[in-house]
Design a binder for this molecule. Structure first.
Ligand code: ATP
Ligand code: BTN
Length: 294
């Protein structure tokens, strides 16, 4: 596919971002050719640097042209996680991107979206032979229990329009030896996760992104047609804390119980002494209660 199909038209809302470097252009071209016929479904912008790919798409969403808009950055200066937390990444050692997904008119506000996104990412990683991929409710991808990737879903204000969401993904490819990530017990990178399989050399970012976008496309067609219930079983199969004791930390209280999976809306089901309680993602964090819990 020609370069201009990737950058055409240059997205006006991105005009404040420094122009793409040759390497960003090469990556975008590689991605387009790997996507093949699928490239027409996506409008891809690959930039050298921006504050946060989520912030760019949330603050100035591109006009709807029927394609899924994807913004990839070699480097982010203000990567964000949930509730104002920071996402750290290193140029050339991380994959950081966001996509803007629009739902059909009449669709209700999407439920279980970050879980569906986690599943798409998990499946893409499995395609590369990554073993031990698990999902931590609501938004993390773990490998052998350590955090490999995070997902940040932000819904755009509807203002009478169909629902639309920005789905941001940060994936560690090769963490620098001196990476200091605050408040995270265990972190992983793809090079380590692949171990012997590919001699620790992670796939290129365009190759990874092509696989991830392909999985998103497949899975979100199902999600758009049948909602999260159609994906729930596949999510549960990868639930890192199935039947394990967990704490759910909220702003003012902590709930303790056993993780009993998720419901059709993607809410966590927590088995407690008082029965099964539904927990909505909002302002809560799940933490394992036992050493070695996976
Ligand atoms: P929660 O269970 O609430 O989602 P979380 O610790 O995963 O908890 P998030 O807001 O989802 O919190 O993610 C942001 C957190 O991720 C940061 O506070 C930091 O601990 C961790 N983090 C930041 N950068 C990375 C990274 N590159 N790899 C792994 N973890 C990271
Ligand atoms: C989390 O674990 O809280 C989610 C982290 C999400 C990080 C990605 S990196 C690309 C996109 N841009 C951001 O600022 N955040 C997301």
């Amino acid at each position: 596919m020609a370069d201009n199909a990737v950058f055409d038209p240059p997205l006006p809302h991105l005009s404040s971002i420094p122009p793409s470097t040759p390497s960003a252009r090469t990556c975008a071209g590689e991605l387009a050719s790997l996507l093949g016929a699928r490239a027409h479904d996506f409008a891809i912008e690959w930039v050298a640097c921006c504050d946060s790919t989520n912030a760019r798409l949330v603050d100035a969403p591109p006009a709807d042209d029927g394609r899924v808009h994807v913004l990839v950055a070699d480097r982010q200066t203000a990567g964000r996680g949930r509730r104002g937390r920071q996402w750290l990444s290193w140029e050339g050692a991380s994959l950081t991107f966001s996509l803007l997904w629009r739902f059909a008119p009449g669709t209700p506000a999407p439920a279980g979206l970050s879980l569906a996104a986690g599943l798409a990412l998990a499946r893409a990683l499995e395609q590369f032979g990554v073993e031990g991929v698990q999902l931590k409710w609501p938004n993390d991808v773990l490998v052998h229990g350590d955090k490999l990737a995070g997902i940040l879903v932000e819904l755009l204000p509807m203002r009478g329009r169909p629902p639309a969401a920005v789905i941001g993904i940060g994936l560690n490819l090769r963490l620098p030896a001196d990476a200091a990530i605050p408040d995270q017990a265990g972190v992983a990178d793809l090079a380590g996760a692949l171990g012997g399989a590919l001699a620790g050399e992670p796939p290129s970012r365009p190759a990874l992104l092509a696989a991830i976008l392909g999985e998103f496309h497949r899975l979100f067609e199902t999600y758009a047609a049948a909602g999260f219930p159609a994906l729930r079983g596949a999510w549960e199969q990868r639930n890192a804390f199935a039947d394990l004791p967990v704490a759910i930390r909220g702003e003012s209280a902590t709930l303790y119980g056993t993780c009993a999976g998720v419901d059709d809306d993607g809410a966590l089901l927590l088995r407690t002494g008082d029965g099964v309680q539904r927990v909505l993602a909002g302002d809560v964090s799940l933490r394992p209660l036992m050493d070695g819990a996976r």
